[in-house]
Ligand binder design. Sequence first.
Ligand SMILES: NC(=O)c1ccc[n+]([C@@H]2O[C@H](COP(=O)([O-])OP(=O)(O)OC[C@H]3O[C@@H](n4cnc5c(N)ncnc54)[C@H](OP(=O)(O)O)[C@@H]3O)[C@@H](O)[C@H]2O)c1
Length: 262
Amino acid sequence: MNSSEHSSAKSDRNRIAWITGASSGIGRALAIRLARDGWTIAASARTGSALEMLVAEMPGNIRAFPLDVGDRGAVHATLSAIEGELGEVTLAVFAAGTYKRETAMTFEAQVIREMVELNIMGTVNCLEAIVRRMTSRRCGHIAVMASVSGYTGLPGAAGYGATKAALINMCQALYPQLKARGVRLSVINPGFVDTPLTRKNDFPMPFLISATQAADHIARRLRGGRFEIVFPWRMKVAMKLLRALPDRVRFAITARMMREGE
Ligand SMILES: NC(=O)c1ccc[n+]([C@@H]2O[C@H](COP(=O)([O-])OP(=O)(O)OC[C@H]3O[C@@H](n4cnc5c(N)ncnc54)[C@H](OP(=O)(O)O)[C@@H]3O)[C@@H](O)[C@H]2O)c1
């Protein structure tokens, strides 16, 4: 048996998925979708009451492990607790994240620091914990939630887009070394998804999909084991084209995304 057959045989026996950001939006919908597909879910987020409501939807298949991903020690302790109670995590999806719009006129270090701390460092804390375990077992699949906004800078997303670009870059850097050690890595780049995060947006969101549709895309593509999971396809095409355009043309388009007064 070669190492990838060995890895998938192990994964089939032991379908334990750890999802952060599982109390709301995409993470919550994915927890339910994967639980229906037969996975045992360790669901993490800060709000215990929201996690309990999730658990109540599929008791026995979903377990709550409340966690602030910004607390590195707590991340390690929580993963130890998950593996102690449920067994080895074979799929880890790091979806905890936040978004705040800011512009050149409202540009504030504190707002950006909060996004960097959660979106980048929160994910890094989780990666540190799981990478050590999965590489030593030479088995497992990690998926990091980034965004198509990490492809190119968009007005209003200087901080958010920068955090997601950093995650995409980090995953590209880690991929070959993890693959060589039997661990799969995916980066998930959704377009607009209807969740509490985007409900505060007061601008039109093209190709908006539901959290359930997003979870379906993710669950299906995780099975395929591809590096990049990007959806919906129209947003994928639009953003990949935008990224490839010469600066002059791209700025002519992104200037139209500015609001009056910006
Ligand atoms: N919605 C979109 O259009 C869209 C598009 C592209 C990418 N994304 C990305 O998808 C991910 C999920 O977004 P969403 O739209 O589903 O947002 P959401 O509904 O606001 O969910 C965010 C989740 O992150 C958790 N979270 C926040 N801070 C945390 C912390 N310090 N520790 C642990 N958990 C924490 C929240 O729970 P608690 O508050 O209880 O901790 C919640 O479960 C984010 O990374 C986001 O950037 C979203």
